[in-house]
Design a protein around this ligand. Structure first.
Ligand code: SF4
Length: 92
């Protein structure tokens, strides 16, 4: 099956008011952060009309890409969701 069909089987439990990924306030994102708009597999990153980058982490599959990519820039604060929250992978 296509990856979209597989991803559809995963379930999310959103920890309301406690996003596990935050972007530090910035005027201009680094190239690495801006690239996440196109590379986050869950489409969590958005470029605003001010040229800043925002995140809506509800559909995050916790792949860790944004964490690795922005490790040096320090623009993202990334924590695993609290136990029981976040993505629940379904295998098979
Ligand atoms: Fe997107 Fe992966 Fe970062 Fe989640 S961890 S926001 S899915 S790049």
């Amino acid at each position: 099956p296509r990856i979209e069909e597989k991803l559809f089987q995963n379930r999310y439990l959103v920890d309301a008011g406690r996003p596990h990924i935050r972007i530090r306030p910035h005027e201009k994102p680094s190239a690495a952060l801006l690239a996440m708009v196109d590379t986050c597999p869950a489409g969590c990153y958005l470029e605003t009309d001010k040229g800043t980058v925002e995140i809506v982490a509800d559909g995050c599959i916790e792949c860790g890409t944004c964490r690795v990519v922005t490790q040096k820039t320090g623009e993202i604060e990334w924590n695993y969701p609290r136990g029981g929250f976040g993505i629940l992978f379904k295998f098979g």
